[in-house]
Design a protein around this ligand. Structure first.
Ligand SMILES: NC(=O)c1ccc[n+]([C@@H]2O[C@H](COP(=O)([O-])OP(=O)(O)OC[C@H]3O[C@@H](n4cnc5c(N)ncnc54)[C@H](O)[C@@H]3O)[C@@H](O)[C@H]2O)c1
Length: 349
């Protein structure tokens, strides 16, 4: 099939994030355009398609296999990703798949392998890499400005749990913490062990038995660095995503920016706003992520994060999940990482 310029992109999943991607492709992305939407919920597909003036279908295969699109954005729940990625790969369509790739490593690997076998690029939806502040931090670290990294503190807190329909299936460590796992690897390299602690405090637990609302994860990196990742969905005051990266030659802080640059000063007080949700905080990153995907489809760049990054984030989330249940550190699979862990412990780091 001859590729159109700009590429015609289809979105599968017309829920919370699918609507954002479809609207961005229809209105804000310059180098790709929305061509079709699909959702097994026909009413949701029709609503979105009609609203944005594109074809819609309740059969995702119809979108993925058809000739009306050049590439696919998958914005459905994680348990469906393996099948949809495999289907898109078989149809020769480049894929941007939302995170996490899957809720277990085997499903994630199957999708990555299917794309690799078909020679189809696979990008994974860790949009943080496209945020200007995080990208600037990564550029400085890659340039060596911080020297060796000693530790990272990362927080991502939602004001409240997601809607009931999402909450019932969601697993915090895969759906939320994995963003920071990807970010830590991107900034500072591979992780060799994970220890995670979780608590349901503040949760409406009946909605999601066995899941947590606050998780603290401690990661040991192959370099010897440590990372502490704080994930919460009961912060109340807003969406808070901040990171501090401490190196021997300098420290970087990525702040949670304010929506409107106005402060109200009163006696003994400074009052300013706070982003309420991730859609607000990362609205430009979602557009940049799709611009990057359009460039991937046009063969201009390699995907980042790619399928392997998505697989590693799922592997780390699965390790953290195991640690939560075991109450102990989980050393990542390979002999090399076990050896690195032993070496670091022997060195007293
Ligand atoms: N990157 C981000 O910031 C971000 C934010 C939210 C969600 N997500 C991810 O996006 C994905 C979707 O999350 P959501 O919150 O939008 O979920 P959602 O429940 O709001 O929407 C999912 C939609 O997919 C549809 N669907 C389910 N199975 C399908 C299938 N097989 N084929 C076609 N449509 C199907 C559902 O009918 C629903 O409309 C998840 O992987 C989630 O982790 C990412």
């Amino acid at each position: 099939m001859k590729l159109r310029v700009p590429p015609r992109i289809g979105v599968v999943g017309a829920g919370r994030i699918g609507v954002v991607h479809a609207c961005n492709l229809a209105a804000r992305v310059r180098h790709g355009r929305l061509a079709m939407v699909a959702d097994v919920d026909a009413a949701a597909a029709r609503r979105l398609g009609d609203e944005l003036g594109v074809a819609w279908t309740a059969d995702p295969d119809d979108l993925v296999d058809g000739t009306r699109i050049d590439a696919v954005v998958i914005a459905t729940p994680p348990p469906t990703h393996r099948q949809l990625v495999t289907r898109a790969a078989a149809a020769g369509k480049p894929v941007l798949c939302e995170k996490p790739l899957a809720y277990d490593e085997e499903d994630a690997r199957a999708g990555v392998e299917a794309a690799r076998r078909a020679g189809v690029p696979l990008q994974v939806g860790y949009h943080r890499r496209f945020d200007r502040a995080y990208a600037a931090a990564q550029t400085r670290i890659a340039a060596g400005e911080l020297g060796p990294i000693a530790h990272i503190f990362a927080s991502m807190r939602d004001a409240e749990p997601p809607p009931e329909s999402v909450r019932r299936r969601e697993r915090l460590v895969f759906d939320a913490t994995s963003h920071d796992f990807d970010m830590v690897r991107w900034l500072a390299g591979e992780v060799v062990s994970v220890t995670a602690f979780g608590t349901p405090v503040g949760a409406r637990l009946a909605d999601a038995p066995g899941d947590y609302d606050s998780i603290l994860s401690v990661l040991r990196l192959a370099s010897g660095a440590l990372a502490v990742v704080d994930t919460s969905r009961t912060a109340g005051y807003g969406f808070d995503c901040r990171t501090e990266i401490i190196g021997v030659a300098g420290t970087l802080r990525v702040h949670a920016p304010h929506v409107v640059a106005v402060e109200r000063l009163a006696q003994g007080q400074v009052v300013r706003d706070h982003t309420l949700d991730f859609l607000d905080r990362f609205q430009d990153a979602y557009v940049a992520e799709l611009e990057a995907f359009a460039a991937v489809v046009g063969d201009a760049v390699e995907p980042s994060p790619d399928g392997q990054d998505g697989l590693m984030a799922t592997r780390l989330a699965a390790a953290a999940d195991r640690s939560l249940r075991l109450g102990a550190a989980v050393v990542l699979g390979s002999d090399a990482s076990r050896e690195a862990c032993r070496r670091l412990q022997d060195a007293g780091t």
